[in-house]
Design a protein around this ligand. Structure first.
Ligand code: MG
Length: 380
């Protein structure tokens, strides 16, 4: 059966937040849209149409290459699919797959299963059963009804249709109608639709955290490891702060901030993985606002920068180097506090301690030092 695909990429991603429409957000080094385009190209379809918003057309055109036909999207998904179907008017394809650009997990092998299902139906789509209980809620968020999930399925894309059936269904649809998906449009015109087994990887990226989930499901992302080192001199005082934990000691640590060498080394490790300079670039010691600052501020900023770069922190390892104070009694508190700031499970936060056998500045207890590594998974 000769078939074409329409990839709808005209949405503005209001739920995703941020400046970039989600079809252009990167996953494994490629914009989301390109995942579906390249997979469907490899599936041997006769034509691929990408429906884009007019303002994105130059960017999409440059991205997808000349073999892909570009159609301009409308204000609603329904209008966009109409534009995509119109871009097939000069072909002889008998089947059309309609797919959301926000579902990068489509595989070439999904296509033959869907087309095979069209032998006995007008349309076919991948679907999964529901695992969670279903509730109806009223406007103030209270549960007003318990719904049965029996016979309910959640439906994904690509959705495949006999071309005549879907073209006829859209022709019959009121001009201002806006349906949730193409199955609804087809069924409104009396089409028979069947479902084939769906897959988690076909999930739609709707919220920012969905990209993290897709990254895991699709096994993509490049690991980046950053290293950091810091040292502070002992001076007058009655405590030190290390990895966010206040430890009574006969000396203090001298520094512009709270002199938490552990978290300074860790902040530099995260910045290093991001290739975003060092702690001094972001928090100049000459700036009075960082005088006595809790180092939590620096670490949190590094975490925010990682998030802004689309990178996910997965593991940190800190080594504290000193003769005294003894670290072991405080280590679990340090791990817990660090995990809390980094929003990591405690199993992903390692804190160790060593001495230098009384050699060097740490051995003479002139100061202490820390080194750290941070592992991040980046999308580029
Ligand atoms: Mg420091």
């Amino acid at each position: 059966m000769k078939a074409a695909a329409i990839i709808v990429a005209a949405g503005r991603s209001s739920r995703m937040g941020g400046e970039i429409p989600k079809q252009f957000m990167r996953l494994g080094g490629r914009p989301l849209l390109l995942w579906s385009v390249e997979t469907l190209k490899a599936a041997g379809l006769d034509r691929i149409v990408v429906v884009a918003a007019a303002e994105d057309a130059p960017q999409v055109s440059a991205l997808v290459g000349p073999q892909v036909r570009l159609a301009l999207g409308g204000a609603t998904r329904t209008a966009s699919v109409r534009a995509g179907l119109a871009a097939l008017a000069d072909t002889t394809v008998e089947a059309v797959l309609i797919h959301d650009a926000a579902r990068p997990g489509v595989q070439s092998a999904d296509v033959p299963a869907l087309l095979a299902a069209l032998v006995d139906a007008d349309g076919a789509a991948p679907a999964l059963p529901l695992a969670d209980a279903l509730k109806r809620v009223d406007l103030d968020g209270a549960v007003s009804a318990d719904l049965s999930r029996e016979n309910l399925m959640r439906v994904q894309t690509p959705q495949a249709f006999k071309r005549a059936a879907i073209v006829g269904a859209y022709a019959a649809l009121a001009p201002d109608a806006a349906q949730d998906d193409d199955i609804a449009v087809a069924r409104a015109a009396g089409a028979r639709i069947v479902l084939v087994p769906g897959a988690q990887r076909l999930m739609k990226a709707t919220y920012p955290e969905d990209l993290n989930m897709l990254e895991r499901l699709l096994g993509v992302g490049s690991p980046r490891v950053g290293a950091g080192f810091d040292a502070h001199r002992f001076g007058d005082g009655d405590h030190v702060t290390l990895c966010g934990v206040r430890i009574p000691h006969e000396k203090g640590l001298i520094g512009h901030s709270d002199a938490d060498a552990g978290w300074h080394a860790l902040t530099d490790a995260i910045l290093g993985a991001l290739a975003l300079g060092d702690i001094g670039d972001h928090f100049p010691p000459s700036d009075p606002q960082w005088r006595g600052a809790p180092s939590e501020v620096f670490l949190k900023r590094a975490v925010d920068l990682a998030k802004a770069a689309g990178a996910r922190l997965v593991h940190v390892d800190v080594t504290l180097i000193c003769e005294r104070p003894k670290i072991a009694p405080h280590r679990e508190a340090m791990r817990a506090r660090t995990a809390e700031i980094l929003r990591l499970p405690i199993s992903a936060v390692s804190i160790k301690a060593t001495t230098t056998e009384r050699m060097g500045f740490t051995g003479r207890e002139e100061g202490l030092a820390a080194q750290a590594t941070a592992t991040l998974i980046g999308r580029d």
